[in-house]
Design a protein around this ligand. Structure first.
Ligand code: SF4
Length: 366
C-alpha cells in the first residue's frame, strides 16, 4: 500500500479574510501579529517533530494560506526544508484565493521553491461568486490563473463548486471552457453541501439529490471532453497534473499535518492537533498537544479511501469482505447496477457509483 513512498507534509494556515457563508472549516480572521506568532509556532513545531520524513511533498492548505504573504510562506518552507529530510524535487503547493494574489507575490513564491498552486476560483460567473460570498470576481480569478502561469508555476489547480442554487450546466460549462483555455492542469470539483451551523443552512433548503447528481455527471463528462481525466471523486487532471500530495491521503501513504486541526497518519496511527489556535500559539512544544485517534491503515480505510480513486482497490485485498469466500456474488449487484467495474484485478467505482459511494462502501463493509 505504498509504505515505501516518501511522506507528505501538510501545513495548515487557519486564517481567512472573511468567513464564506457556506464554510464550516476551522478558519479565523487574519491580523499581522497573529500571523507572525503563528509562523513562529509552526517553526517551533517543526523543530520538535518526532517525525522527520523523508518527504516529497509540502502542502500549505487552509484557510487562505496566501494571506500570510510571500515572505512568511518562504520562511516556513525554508524551515521545513531545514528541519526535515527531503526526496529530490518535492512538490510544493500553496492554496490561494484570487484577489489577494499579486504577480509580485507569485514571482517571489516561485523563486522561493513553490511549484504548484491551487486557486479557489469556485466559479467564473460573478452572480455565483456573489451568492457564495466570495471576495473576488470572475475576471480577478482568471487574472490570478494567468499571473500564476506567467510567474512560472508548472502546475496550476483550480477549485470549482457545483450544485449551487439556480445553477445549470451552461454555467458550469462556461467555467470549464474558460479554465481549459489556460495552463490549468488540475481541477477539484466540489458539490455544495449545506452544513448545519453555517448561514447557508438558514438560507437554503437541502439541494435536490437528483439535480445534484445530474450536475455532477454532466460536469464529469464536460471535463473529460476538455481533456481533464477523472482520477478521484472530486479531482480531474490533464496528463501529469495529478496532485502528488492528495494521492497520499487516498493511498494510505503516511503524512504529517502541522497546525491546529491538522491531521496526520504516521507510524500506523491517526493523530491530530486540537482546534485551538490559542493553545497552539501558547505551547513551547505544540507536539505536547498532539492527540492520537487510534490505529489507521486497515482494510476498512483501504476500501473507504481507495474507492475514491478511479483506479480503485485490489480485488485480492477484498477477500476478507466475503467470509463465505464468494467475493464475486458480493460484487455482482454493484456491477449490474452500473455502480462499479472490475478491471485488471481491481474494483473501481463508476461516476454513478461515486455519487452513492457511502452506500456502496457501507454495503461492502457491512
Ligand atoms: S476562503 Fe475557504 S476556508 Fe476561508 S472561509 Fe472561505 S471557504 Fe472557508
Amino acid at each position: 500500500m505504498g509504505q515505501t513512498e516518501p511522506m507528505g507534509l501538510y501545513v495548515h494556515i487557519p486564517f481567512c479574510k472573511a468567513k464564506c457563508p457556506y464554510c464550516d472549516f476551522y478558519s479565523l480572521p487574519a491580523d499581522e501579529a497573529a500571523m507572525d506568532s503563528y509562523v513562529a509556532a509552526l517553526l517551533r513545531t517543526m523543530a520538535h517533530s518526532p517525525h522527520t520524513g523523508p518527504f516529497d511533498s509540502l502542502y500549505f492548505g487552509g484557510g487562505t494560506p496566501n494571506l500570510l504573504g510571500a515572505e512568511r510562506l518562504i520562511g516556513l518552507a525554508e524551515g521545513a526544508f531545514a528541519h526535515f529530510d527531503w526526496a529530490d524535487r518535492p512538490e510544493v503547493t500553496l492554496e490561494a484565493n484570487p484577489g489577494s494574489l499579486t504577480p509580485q507575490a507569485l514571482a517571489a513564491l516561485r523563486a522561493g521553491g513553490f511549484n504548484r498552486i491551487s486557486i479557489g476560483v469556485q466559479s467564473l460567473w460573478d452572480s455565483e461568486l456573489a451568492l457564495l460570498g466570495r471576495l473576488h470576481t470572475a475576471r480577478e480569478a482568471l487574472e490570478a490563473v494567468r499571473a500564476a502561469e506567467q510567474a512560472g508555476f508548472g502546475h496550476i489547480s483550480c477549485d470549482l463548486m457545483i450544485g449551487l442554487p439556480g445553477q445549470d450546466m451552461t454555467h458550469i460549462a462556461h467555467s470549464v471552457a474558460a479554465l481549459s483555455a489556460t495552463a490549468v492542469d488540475h481541477l477539484s470539483v466540489y458539490l455544495l453541501k449545506i452544513e448545519p451551523g453555517t448561514p447557508f443552512y438558514t438560507r437554503y433548503a437541502e439541494p435536490d439529490p437528483d439535480a445534484q447528481a445530474d450536475l455532477y455527471l454532466g460536469t464529469v463528462a464536460e471535463l473529460e471532453q476538455a481533456g481533464f481525466t477523472q482520477y478521484e471523486i472530486s479531482n480531474f487532471a490533464r496528463p501529469g497534473g495529478e496532485s502528488r500530495h492528495n494521492r497520499k491521503y487516498w493511498k494510505l501513504v503516511p503524512y504529517l499535518g502541522l497546525g491546529p486541526s491538522a491531521h496526520s497518519f504516521v507510524g500506523g496511527q491517526r493523530c491530530f492537533f486540537p482546534h485551538s489556535l490559542e493553545d497552539f500559539l501558547a505551547a513551547n512544544n505544540p507536539f505536547e498537544l498532539w492527540q492520537t485517534d487510534g490505529a489507521g491503515g486497515g482494510l476498512e480505510e483501504y476500501v473507504m479511501l481507495g474507492l475514491r480513486l478511479t483506479e480503485g482497490v485490489e480485488l485480492i485485498k477484498l477477500a476478507p469482505l466475503a467470509p463465505n469466500g464468494d467475493l464475486d456474488s458480493r460484487l455482482r449487484p454493484l456491477i449490474t447496477a452500473g455502480l462499479a467495474r472490475i478491471e485488471g484485478g481491481r474494483l473501481a467505482l463508476t461516476p454513478r457509483g461515486f455519487l452513492v459511494s457511502s452506500q456502496v462502501i457501507g454495503y461492502l463493509l457491512g
